[in-house]
Design a protein around this ligand. Structure first.
Ligand SMILES: CCCCC/C=C\CCC/C=C/CC(=O)SCCNC(=O)CCNC(=O)[C@H](O)C(C)(C)COP(=O)(O)OP(=O)(O)OC[C@H]1O[C@@H](n2cnc3c(N)ncnc32)[C@H](O)[C@@H]1OP(=O)(O)O
Length: 283
């Protein structure tokens, strides 16, 4: 009954799903809600590689707010592309960036992480493509990860000559533990799907996007006989200290980020990394 009235706020499409975007026009993030299950699919769609820029993050943030308000029954986060889940932060947001824009950008990333990591409903990352750095962070923020075989995932920041912030690190440590995280982070390790499965960085491996999506849907069935309140409150208790560590230090974290990326050697490294990306291709 409650679900019905909450869902009645969404426009109904013919195939039993409800689509919307917070701006009224679907752009970089498309949300569809299944009318039967109340499960929302949040599709990132910023070609070519879903790199995270201010506009995408702003849309994602307001989509998450809408889903929270509309009491969605669960979220599946996926990519429009079968090649890349998300290439992480758009390097152009850090390279030769203006102070005003970079401040908005980093604040939006913080906001998305806080909302996704703390979302009351169950969340699944359907990792249907490569997920380096910020792409990996989005996946780590969800409760469950299903990843298509023969892709890669990891926090590779040190390879770019930058340092993953504490909240990126905490997100990883909470899943694979301190020792594995230290090795992974200090070496900038990108795990194949198979390696990620072995260390518990992902929970399931899938053949392809369709298989990953149907495995993602299965996850929600675990909660069929669990009180949604008990589930959500337990998640909130478990995640509270990790979230609060950023919430209490947002300003400091922002200053540290801006300070770090403005360093001459960091700017030089980012410029070289961009150039190297343009020269290389990953199958
Ligand atoms: C002391 C306290 C410090 C506190 C804070 C300090 C520092 C802050 C830390 C900031 C954290 C940053 C996290 C990040 O997310 S950094 C971004 C890291 N991302 C990557 O390393 C991924 C790079 N990309 C790839 O590896 C590949 O593109 C791929 C994702 C595997 C996909 O490969 P493929 O399908 O072959 O596509 P292409 O490589 O051909 O790419 C197509 C196109 O897109 C451009 N591109 C790719 N990734 C990015 C990106 N992240 N940003 C901007 N542009 C990107 C690529 O250059 C191609 O462009 P062209 O078509 O123009 O050649």
């Amino acid at each position: 009954m409650f679900l019905r009235s909450a869902l009645s706020l969404w426009p109904l499409a013919r195939n039993g799903t409800r689509s919307y975007s917070s701006t009224g026009v679907t752009k970089l993030v498309a949300v569809t809600v299944d009318d039967q299950t109340g499960i929302a699919t949040v599709n990132l769609q910023r070609p070519p590689v879903n790199s995270l820029n201010l506009e995408l993050l702003t849309e994602l943030s307001s989509s998450l707010t809408d889903l929270e308000k509309n009491k969605s029954r669960g979220i599946i986060l996926k990519s429009y592309s079968d090649a890349v889940f998300s290439a992480g932060i758009d390097i152009l947001e850090m390279y030769k960036c203006e102070e005003e824009r970079v401040t908005l950008f980093w604040s939006a990333l913080q906001e998305v992480w806080i909302k996704l990591y703390g979302h009351f409903a169950p969340t699944v990352a359907c990792i249907n493509g490569h997920a380096p750095a910020g792409g990996c962070l989005l996946a780590l923020s969800c409760e469950y990860r299903v990843m298509v075989k023969e892709k890669t995932i990891g926090l590779n920041e040190t390879k770019l000559g930058i340092v993953a912030p504490q909240w990126f690190i905490a997100s990883l440590v909470n899943i694979i533990g301190q020792r594995q995280s230290e090795v992974a982070l200090t070496t900038g390790k990108m795990f194949t799907t198979e390696e990620a499965l072995r260390i518990g960085l992902v929970d399931e491996m899938a053949e392809n996007t369709e298989d990953a999506f149907s495995k993602s849907l299965e996850f929600f069935k675990k909660f069929k006989n669990i009180s949604p309140f008990a589930r959500a409150q337990t998640k909130a208790f478990i995640r509270e200290s990790t979230i609060q560590a950023l919430v209490k230090n947002r300003e400091k974290d922002l200053k540290m980020f801006i300070n770090e990326i403005r360093k001459e050697n960091v700017q030089k490294g980012l410029g070289q990394y961009l150039e190297s990306l343009k020269k290389r291709k990953v199958s």
